[in-house]
Design a protein around this ligand. Sequence first.
Ligand code: C2O
Length: 538
Amino acid sequence: SITRHYTFNIKLKNITRLCHTKSIVTVNGKFPGPRVVGREGDRLVVKVVNHVPYNISIHWHGIRQLRSGWADGPSYITQCPIQTGQTYVYNFTITGQRGTLFWHAHFSWLRATVYGPLIILPRRNESYPFVKPYKQVRILFEAVINQSLQTGAGPNVSDAYTFNGLPGPLYNCSVKDTYKLKVKPGKTYLLQWINAALNDELFFSVANHSFTVVEADAVYVKPFETNILMITPGQTTNVLLKTKSKAPNATFFMLARPYATGMGTFDNTTVAGILEYETSSLTGLKNRPLLKPVLPAINATNFVANFASKFRSLATTKFPANVPQKVDRKFFFTVGLGTNPCPKNQTCQGPNGTKFAAAMNNISFALPTTALLQSYFFSQPNGVYTTDFPAFPLHPFNYTGTPPNNTLVSNGTKLVRIPFDTSVEVVLQDTSIIGAESHPLHLHGYNFYVVGQGFGNFDPSNDPPKFNLVDPVERNTVGVPSGGWVAIRFMADNPGVWLMHCHFDVHFSWGLRMAWIVLDGKLPNQKLPPPPSDLPKC
Ligand code: C2O
């Protein structure tokens, strides 16, 4: 294992897409941002220097941060933001993970343009548990140049989705900004997919080709074949693409466009890239037909549920599934939208003139003005947070039935506090308040096992016996089905303060988030060390 050093200079850069030039926030002037790579067991040291007139912090999405919670990155949760002119060094070790993750800004809407791949290679003497890929290709889904602040139902429609920053030929004025994946016949490629979009789950497909899914959220899965992928914001997926044995006389479109069930339908445009076989013949590309894949309908919820159920852990001796078999603490969180009263002198876009909000167990989580991890570590919770986040909804109702009249949520900075090594089960139930909608829920500091999912209301007596406690998929982000629920389990073996939230930025901003305090254990190696001396102050 080695230590790898990176420097992230946060700076503005003019970027031209769709015939418009905008000044955007970048890392080192790159869009998408630079690739960070390490092997399992390596230490990463990333010095972040803020040269822009905004606050910022960087989150290493999916990294476990075992006893290094100070490096996790969400603003006002594990740190105060890095202010203009300031520097903070993120220092953490990659433990027990390999595959594709990503990093992104975790302040306001900055992750619209501040993100990049975080690739974890297997240890030097270890190989992949699947055929050695010919080549690794990184492809990111993301929303380009979308920094406008939200005024009503959501942030303004993004200008485009992109592959590695390129919107492709289906957008106006964008033919020259088309991502091209050049391949050779008869080879196997590893494609590393990252959905870095702000607010949309995305379908993806390549004409006349299929994939073998081999890894999700930096955990290997039992391989399965599919010709369509669905990836939620915050999820990452590695797939193998086996090219045709002979270069076909055609060029293939690769397309991505949203899966959306609720208010997220504000952008149903399509990004296109091109899969092209390299050829030595001079008859060239001109006469090749361009083939398009067929994607599911925008609201294809059954396809999505079926696709999600195909993901399984390897569950081998080498890569075991350590699913908690018994549960110490059970939680049931409703996940959905709601409203706040409209502040005076504002116009609000919510129902009956209210302001949109979002909540778990009817609590819309308010970010504090100082960082929770510091308040917790130095035992100064007073006025910053409370630990009375409810384990169950205070006023249960029929979550997937007729929506209740009262859509008001309450605001607060409420956390759940649990002892070290508690085994936790959380059922996440979508609600139909202001419409059923799929929500990608992300947990910081942990992977969890997705032990069950279903439509309708979760049934506490009939659903748990059907849980998969043998080979459930292990991930850090899961889609809570529109009009349904998922059940997750994890072992609370990482002390600190850990955010859990919807990875749609607009829902995050409306308060669809909460946080866990996991207490120190008794042994020295079960305690969170003190903060680094350069930890930013608020
Ligand atoms: Cu990728 Cu708190 O998020």
